[in-house]
Design a protein around this ligand. Structure first.
Ligand code: GLN
Length: 342
């Protein structure tokens, strides 16, 4: 082979290798479940030693949670489960509950009820911002931040505290596929220290978004945030959204498939608060975080994924969870905006 021909062969081979790399086919859970498990375990191992972030401490009980708790679960829309790390520990669901209480309101009253009351726009502020309320007198925000969600909780109908609470716990149970219970120590700790949320509830009442009894709404909201969940519960909840509102583990249709797009849209807009844009840019996934250390993310039509790891970044989002979910989803082609050209 002449030197010139050898050069051409090398260039063509290199182009082929680069092209193949650019078009890397995602790991497909249906065809290659072993590779999915390897991907989940690799992400677990990669971030186990990461020491960034710190537990939320404005709720005293959360500061006491072991920061080394770390678990990952991925559940496909056909109910296959992939896990790594701590599957047993329950943390408080915190703000992730906002998704499911909002889903309950949308299911009962239609998507317009949420859009017209607190709105469906990003605030660009922290999740418990009072400035965000003042800016538009409690409108033009969303149910993923405290003012919007305390309002959303107040919209769940019922003749008594217990009846309203029963509906809220019920929708969480249906999404998780088992009976969940409140972590009473977390509830007590937050109820004793949630004066800021009480102020937020009263302001939303003052602006007419909460119709009556703002203190009751704030208390029920605090209770819903204290529901205990393990990482498989969270992944099942996410997978139910990924599967058009039908729980892929229990087979129960939890909310109408018609209502799922609106739920996912609000998660995409504001699920990671004022870092939601960065998150969407990185993964394309509707997601929701909680200050207990959990994050859920939804790859529509594909899978739900959850990670629990308490240390949070400045925006209040789990550091290990963001990294592990991004790695796994990107390896599995989870980004709904990522299309292979025809
Ligand atoms: N219960 C918490 C609060 O209201 C939830 C906040 C969160 O998870 N971002 O402050």
């Amino acid at each position: 082979m002449s030197a010139r021909i050898r050069n051409i062969v090398v260039v063509v081979a290199a182009a082929f290798v680069c092209g193949a790399a650019a078009a890397k086919t995602p790991v497909d859970p249906a065809r290659d479940p072993k590779a999915v498990q390897t991907t989940v375990e690799a992400a677990y191992a990669k971030y186990r030693g990461l020491q960034e972030g710190k537990n939320a401490d404005y709720i005293p009980a959360l500061a006491k949670v072991d920061p080394n708790v770390y678990g990952i679960a991925l559940i496909t829309v056909d109910g296959k489960v992939f896990t790594a790390g701590d599957l047993a520990t329950e943390v408080s669901i915190q703000s992730i509950s906002k998704v499911f209480t909002m889903a309950r309101v949308i299911e009962d009253q239609g998507p317009a009820a949420i859009a017209e009351n607190m709105g469906v726009d990003a605030t660009g502020q922290v999740f418990n911002s009072i400035v965000a309320i003042e800016h538009y007198r409690g409108s033009e925000m969303n149910a993923m931040v405290n003012p919007g969600e305390i309002t959303s909780t107040s919209m769940v109908t019922g003749g008594s505290y217990d009846e309203i609470w029963g509906k809220i716990l019920g929708i969480h149970n249906n999404f998780a596929g088992r009976s969940l219970s409140v972590l009473e120590d977390v509830y007590k700790s937050e109820a004793e220290t949630n004066q800021r949320n009480q102020a937020i509830g009263r302001l939303m009442f003052a602006y007419g978004h909460i119709k009556d009894n703002p203190d009751r709404a704030t208390d029920i909201y605090t209770r819903q945030c204290s529901i205990g969940v393990n990482v498989k519960d969270l992944a099942t909840m996410a997978a139910t959204l990924a599967n058009g509102g039908k729980n892929p583990v229990t087979g129960k249709q939890v909310i109408g498939a018609d209502n799922v797009p609106e739920v996912l849209a609000v998660m995409a807009t504001a699920g990671l608060y004022d870092d939601s844009g960065k998150w969407l840019y990185r993964t394309g996934l509707p997601a929701k975080s909680g200050v207990g250390g959990g994050i859920i993310a939804v790859a529509p039509g594909k899978f739900g994924i959850a990670v629990i790891s308490p240390p949070l970044d400045a925006a209040g989002n789990s550091v290990r969870a963001q990294n592990a979910i991004a790695d796994i989803s990107n390896a599995l082609g989870g980004n709904p905006y990522s299309i292979t050209p025809r």
